[in-house]
Design a protein around this ligand. Sequence first.
Ligand code: PEP
Ligand code: MN
Length: 270
Amino acid sequence: MNNLRLAALNEHKKTVVTVGRARFGEGLVIIAGPCSVESEEQTMETAQAVKEAGADMLRGGAFKPRTSPYAFQGLGLQGLKILAKAREATGLAFVSEVLDTRDVSWVAEYADMLQIGARNMQNFSLLKEVGKLQKPVLLKRGMHSTLEEWLNCAEYIMNEGNGNVVLCERGIRSFETYTRNTLDLSAVPAAKELSHLPVITDPTHGTGKVSLIEPMSLASIAAGSDGLMVEVHRNPSEALSDKDQALTPQQFARLVQKARALERFMAEIP
Ligand code: PEP
Ligand code: MN
């Protein structure tokens, strides 16, 4: 992959991306929260719960890229204001997706980190727009994208001057239908041997199944992931998006305990 100039490992030291108190590239960063911001109560309650369980950052979609135009599209500006309140209440910085170039500058006034979703990974105008800011970017891998295409998208952002990029493996589409996607865990060490950027995984969208999130989170850590992003809902059966893959706060708390134990174990290995 000799077309990478800025994202390539080469002589670069490993990059650490700081978002609030989270430092991607140093220890395990755990991001948790609802798929969508649905209401102030739902978001506040979930934010408090994930904070108590040990999350480092909050997530929540205000703009949702939904398969159907009739599905819940998110609360937009109101959603970002709710996330900002949750940040104030918990001290957790938050990441939220931006879908449109026209929204980048004002979404960046609220969010601590901008998410480029899988469906927009190769939206080059959007990549250039977030590249013009210094705001950290969480770049998800497109569901049909190769490692090379993904890393070149990081290059697009960095080429505009923003080096604060974190890569997120969220599963690719395969012939398997039991899981929503196939979480490509080999992409974690592969991306890390090609690039100095931190790499995290999203076992929630990567599997689409509550029962598989914990094992694939632990497997991600064993594969060298710098962090996890998981969806948590106070009452998953009532979630307005992705209800089959939302953990309850209790399930999330247990996941954090195991993840931290594995993180400590991995750190002890010379
Ligand atoms: C999300 O994280 O809210 C999301 C929509 O994920 P993806 O872009 O990976 O499907
Ligand atoms: Mn989701």
